[in-house]
Ligand binder design. Sequence first.
Ligand code: DOR
Ligand code: ZN
Ligand code: ZN
Length: 426
Amino acid sequence: MKSLRSRLLRGGWVVTPEQIIQADVLIQGEWIAAVGPHLDAGQAEVIDAYGLYILPGLIDAHVHLREPGAEHKEDITSGTRAALAGGCTTVLDMPNSPHPTTTLAAFAEKAHLVQRKACCDVGLFFGATPENAKEAAQAHEAVGLKLYMGSSTGQLLVSSLASQFEHFRLFPRERPLAVHAEDEEAVAALSSVGRRPGACAEIAVAKAIALARLTRRRLHICHVSTAVELGAIALARRQGVAVSCEVTPHHLFLTHEAERTLDALAHMNPPLRTPADQEALWQHLDEIDIVASDHAPHTLAEKRAPSPPAGVPGLETTLPLLLNAVTEGRLTLGAVVRLMAERPARLFSLARKGRVAPGFSADLVLVDLNAKATLGQKLYTKCGWTPFAGMTVTGKVQRVLLRGADAVVAGEVLAEPGWGRLVEPS
Ligand code: DOR
Ligand code: ZN
Ligand code: ZN
């Protein structure tokens, strides 16, 4: 029998949501075999991790890989390389590509593309349309259903209460139904020159919570951006509604004031908000389930055109921004692990992912909290830009392991197409 490759990470600081301990991590083949002080290396290859923090491979639960149909912006290979460069070993892909993931056949085609082209693991959302509620309910390999209550990039939109209700009723109730919560009627009535006020999101969140309560089902609210949304979600939870929520790095680290300098490069749905809303997200981080990038790449030429599309890339900047916030004392490394590994694994039922512990997949990120980096200097995303370009941060991804193999070393992505697997909810 071929012996499994074993590797030992020696002396790093292992981070879980609960604690940070100095420990060795023994990897056997694809799996973490042991975590503890002074482990016996035996035949294992020893990797020096002294002074580094060891995080579980991050799970970015909101990513637009753009394939099939918009490969000029991003494709599965370039997007998953960007993910790895940013410390993410798993991404969950959104269905709103030009050939949307809204039929079981389209889902199967995309799954096939992932198996051929992905460098990190990928789970797929199924997309809701006004007509496909029955078919969507059969998408058992999807990590969840994505429903656009308001229009955004692409054609996906389920704006009528009747069709929304059908999806809420029919999609398996214990599985996440994720909403882009901006209400289409409110968008039409309230938007001025492309800017959607917070009320569009707040009305949609109230509707989605009401539907989840009526149908007694799970609900996930994407990219929460206002204090009122947060308040409604907290209240619903106290009343027993199974609602989870997510915030993006751009809503955490930018406000609408950035639009003055960045112009269309700071344009996304939902848009950047006031400093008071931004502050509310930070104040209530404990009640937020996950941070997800909403990586939504568009080319610079598209962004500079007269009607620029909404969306910003985020895969390569999310972890560095969070690490920088850790060095500034704004959150803990344990919170980063909760928000980007442990909780997304749990919400989307990704077995044996999201924790540095025996029996879990050896998806690991080694982080140097003393190293400085300038964002945007080197990017793997095909779109080639970031709204955070030029910002100096403290905290850097040093190495990334995917199933025990070196996926990133010294800032270079080594993983190849075929390394990534399609992940399904367990
Ligand atoms: O800004 C956005 N961009 N919001 C979305 O909902 C979609 C995304 C995209 O796909 O470009
Ligand atoms: Zn969205
Ligand atoms: Zn999105």
